[in-house]
Ligand binder design. Structure first.
Ligand SMILES: [Zn+2]
Length: 361
């Protein structure tokens, strides 16, 4: 840790998070309790040991293996009370970590193993976020949580999930996403859903350019019309760093020119092999080139991380100071899916005043 930025100060500073999976952020102790209730077999029943198991399993280096860990979390999120509890704890945990705005995503279609309908799944999660946010505010740690509904890219329910998202737009669902293994499942498979969302004036992001390269990013933006890129880290494949100055290819230039937000997730990218290490993570180059870079957690449980920890890792690796942390935070807030005036209010009334004294020291 760089001497002039203390971890506890990073925790206190307001942060904005755009890419966090509900089923990737459960408390290990909650998984143990919920698994016991439904008779689900876990690899460990001691919460600490279970927490370590998740990180180790996700450390294997392949996205496919990484996704296996979700079988356990999803298995315990199949009833309304369980979903509500997980969402409530998610809001509380983020608020305690100093996150003032978060967009948390999950795939409703993965929570239908018992008797819930898609709408009931969404309602349970929204209720949990509302409950957790209210408790956090009462404890002096206000947080605004927006929900993104994810459709699985290998499945065929994206149109249905897009309609579900629009149906709940006034109750807290602020966007749509597609996720899952990229190779072999291009975003253009879900073109009907994206065209529907555009006609509804709704926002969406697409997981693209994580394990898979530029064609996936190009399709997400130029065919599907994504507002943001989930990860998008492979955009560096379109930047040549061989000469004295980096040279952007046409796609990289387009992404930067249009200020398309990149939802970068440093620890997660290292675990899945999308980046070799934090210090070699393309976030350094992308920030220097002033792409619309945001910092995110992806899956706090599988990466054993938090928003503050991701910021601290970047401070260590790239020698960043408060100016950079503020820039990442404002970038994220500008790129949020809530209305412009509400984003501005958080930037002007929460983020800027809190960073002002930090920048002065
Ligand atoms: Zn993700």
């Amino acid at each position: 840790m760089v001497a002039n930025i203390r971890y506890e100060d990073i925790v206190k500073a307001p942060k904005a998070l755009l890419h966090d999976h509900l089923d990737g952020g459960l408390r290990p102790a909650t998984i143990v309790e919920l698994a016991a209730e439904v008779g689900h077999q876990l690899p460990a029943t001691d919460p600490e040991e279970l927490g370590r198991w998740f990180v180790a399993a996700a450390d294997s280096g392949s996205l496919e293996r990484y996704l296996e860990t979700f079988a356990h979390t999803v298995a315990v999120m199949q009833t309304a009370p369980a979903l509500r509890r997980v969402a409530r704890e998610c809001a509380l945990d983020l608020a305690l970590d100093g996150v003032v705005y978060a967009e948390v995503r999950f795939a409703p279609e993965q929570h239908l193993e018992r008797d819930l309908t898609l709408d009931e799944v969404v309602e349970a999660v929204l209720a949990g976020f509302a409950e957790g946010s209210a408790e956090a505010a009462a404890a002096g740690k206000p947080i605004r949580v927006g929900t993104l509904l994810t459709a699985m890219r290998h499945a065929a329910r994206s149109q249905e999930i897009a309609e579900l998202a629009v149906r709940h737009r006034d109750a807290g669902v602020v966007g749509f996403d597609i996720a899952g293994a990229e190779a072999g499942f291009p975003p253009t498979r879900h073109l009907d859903a994206f065209e529907y969302l555009q006609r509804e004036n709704f926002h969406f992001t697409i997981h693209a350019g994580e394990a898979f390269g530029l064609p996936s990013i190009w399709q997400a933006i130029q065919w599907c019309g994504a507002d943001r890129l989930g990860h998008g880290v492979r955009i560096v494949d379109d930047i040549s760093t061989e000469g004295p100055d980096p040279v952007l290819g046409r796609l990289a230039a387009y992404v930067r020119d249009k200020r398309i937000p990149l939802e970068l997730c440093p620890s997660s990218n290292v675990q899945t092999g999308a980046a070799p290490s934090i210090i070699e993570h393309p976030i350094g180059l992308l920030r220097d080139l002033r792409f619309r870079v945001t910092v995110n957690t992806d899956n706090r449980l599988m990466s054993g991380t938090s928003m503050s920890r991701e910021m601290a890792l970047l401070v260590d690796a790239f020698d960043y100071g408060w100016a950079e942390l503020r820039w990442f935070t404002i970038n994220a807030m500008k790129s949020a899916f809530i209305p412009f005036d509400e984003r501005l209010k958080i930037i002007d009334e929460v983020i800027k005043p809190a960073y002002e004294p930090l920048l002065r020291d």
